[in-house]
Design a protein around this ligand. Structure first.
Ligand code: NAD
Length: 169
């Protein structure tokens, strides 16, 4: 059956890819919720839902992992209602994979089977650290799949982040 993972994927990185690979060892398909879908063009959430969709789909197709469903999910203004909101947008799923404490708590309270995933190479494989490297001119490309680098280049994503970091005063 299907499993769910929800993330902001700002950007999609090698840690996310390894988790999805592991999920697909145990489930026939994975639903990938693109969280905070309404946000983009901020330092914390620089990429649009469409750009994140492209990063993930291009990567998983290249990795020969075709059993995925991508669903953009906007945030809602009430945590207790969020699980029902996710359910309304996605196919049915039997398990949820997350390390995010709030996501874990909300799905546990709705009696889902919630599994944690081992955090891999967290020093480098974290959205925050990758965005910091982009701003500082560091080598972020090694922390993301090649297809993600291609999408970020195509949309001039590093310059977008630098423009967002500029003070307008
Ligand atoms: P994320 O992109 O940081 O992470 C996605 C998943 O990948 C997480 O489970 C994380 O633990 C895992 N991961 C990240 N790096 C990893 C690594 N190196 N190795 C292994 N696993 C790794 O996204 P997130 O912040 O967890 O996303 C949660 C989303 O759910 C957000 O968009 C949030 O807004 C949304 N949400 C919304 C509401 C609401 O609208 N009320 C409530 C709860 C959550």
């Amino acid at each position: 059956m299907r499993a769910l993972i929800v993330g902001r994927f700002q950007p999609f990185h090698n840690g996310h890819l390894e988790v999805i690979r592991k999920i697909l060892e145990n489930h026939e398909s994975v639903i990938i919720g693109i969280g905070s879908a309404q946000y983009s063009h901020t330092l914390r959430d620089p990429f649009t839902a469409g750009e994140r969709h492209l990063m993930i789909s291009m990567t998983l197709e290249a990795e020969d992992l075709p059993n995925f469903y991508l669903v953009p999910i906007e945030d809602v203004n009430s945590n207790p209602l969020w699980v029902a909101h996710v359910e309304a947008l996605t196919p049915k799923f039997e398990a949820v994979y997350t390390n995010n404490p709030l996501v874990r708590r909300l799905f546990l309270e709705k009696k889902y089977n919630v599994k944690s995933v081992k955090l891999l190479n967290r020093d480098d494989w974290s959205g925050t650290s990758i965005r910091e490297k982009m701003l500082a001119g560091g080598n972020w490309e090694k922390d993301v799949p090649r297809q993600v680098t291609e999408v970020i280049r195509e949309i001039d994503g590093v310059q977008r982040l630098r423009d967002l970091a500029e003070d307008d005063h």
